[in-house]
Ligand binder design. Sequence first.
Ligand code: MLT
Length: 347
Amino acid sequence: MTIESNRKQIDKKNDALSLNQWNHHNVLDLDDFSHTEIVTVLSLAERMREILDRRIPRVPALRGYTIVNLFFEPSTRTRASFELAGKMLGADVISVSASTSSIQKGESLIDTVRTLRAMRADAIIMRHEMAGAPYLAASHTDASIINAGDGAHAHPTQALLDLYTMKRHVGDLKNKKVVMVGDIAHSRVARSDLWGLSKMGAHVVLCGPPTLLPRGLGVSERPEHAKNALPSVQIETDIDKALRDAHVVMALRLQSERQENGLLPSLREYAENYQVTSTRLIKAQPDYLLMHPGPKNEGIEIASDVARGDRSIIEEQVTNGVAVRMALLYLLSGRVESTQISEGNAP
Ligand code: MLT
């Protein structure tokens, strides 16, 4: 299937989509997204991608809407992506960096968020090193909070852009084998992808050394916690087994900023056993897709020739990230007036 035929399929479904079920004021993770809501975002992202591909990618859909980027951790693509997404829709966007704000003078997160709302911020895009920080912020403001990554917990917009990128290439994700390789335990991308992929019916395989795989995934060791357990997935410590017949392979960075010492004997040994290389990828489907959320460390979790090879869609993930964030901002703004997203009323 080509991207073009997948695009038409997404479009066809798109016209029949109802927005009645879109109930989100915040985007904190994908665990509380229904299948329909995910499809709604991906469909609207397809419209946004068309805007992005125009010679002048600008529409006034969010004129008068104010977005603040509030980042407590470094970021290149997520921050720039939100900023561009807002600007392409005509919103006012400003960025506040924690290192140069009053947070340095001891101001609390709650006060910071309330201060930004007092200046009429409509949406606050937040990245924080503490898992759960965006949830705390959301409970103290009526501005929309979008989680742009909280500790090792969640990165929902990355997951939505990953789903959108996969769907453009492979169409229906049901039963497609998606293999994530690397530091699963500390990866917020893996956690959010896991929710999104499971809701779309994909077969998810998580692969890494035992010390970098979270315990209890999909298997509730304590039945009373079953309802809070992550969805069921296949776990593999042998990368060659994991990659067999994979439709999608996603390499993940070692999150050294969140790892305690002693989890790996050495980087060299890790690369030898878990680097995604062309030799290993021979076992995947012939038309496999190679993804990485970035930033990547070539020569460690992924070989350079593979990262830049013809099965790599890593740069397309970045482009699609802008389209997905445009879709989310537009949905959160409440300006989608009709109960249907159709040719006439999308921006
Ligand atoms: C993240 O913020 O989690 C990134 O997108 C992935 C990474 O840092 O490895």
